[in-house]
Design a protein around this ligand. Sequence first.
Ligand SMILES: [Fe+2]
Length: 186
Amino acid sequence: MVKAWLMDNETTDQRLEHHRNPPAFVELDELFKRTGVEYFLINADNYQNDKVLQDLRKQRNYSYEDEITCSEKCLPDYANKLKSFFTEHLHTDEEIRLVLDGSGYFDVRDNEENWIRIAVSKGDLIIIPAGIYHRFTLDSNNYVTAKRYFVGEPVWLPYNRPADDMDCRKKYLKHQSEGFVNLGKA
Ligand SMILES: [Fe+2]
């Protein structure tokens, strides 16, 4: 089950939890209000028949899907890939991930520039909006398998920070100022 918390500022191993002292957890509705990140719980053992996932795919036109495994054994060019995943970046489209096995951390910037760490594991589906600064790392288990979804032909290109002049960034900030009520609309 997903958990999210504000991170400390330590530069030690990125795979550690990096809780503040005392820990400062962020509830999912608060996470959405601050960042626009959405969360859904899916039955990972039978995701093809999961009603929540089926409805999501239909409503949002997720026409593309594939599967990615991140581990030293399975991912070509592992060290460099992990480094680029953990470099703060944004995308012009939503990043949609459903964890089928293993675990990892998505870190997203909130409205006050704090990092919020989102710990995902089996059955967690998160939607990271277009234009939000974020990054990903494996945790100390060093393994995750996830489904990726996309509207149309997939574009995985990351734009490293700073990318403040991009349209998707400006749109994101507008959505944030409106409390994300129009998220997903132009
Ligand atoms: Fe990303």
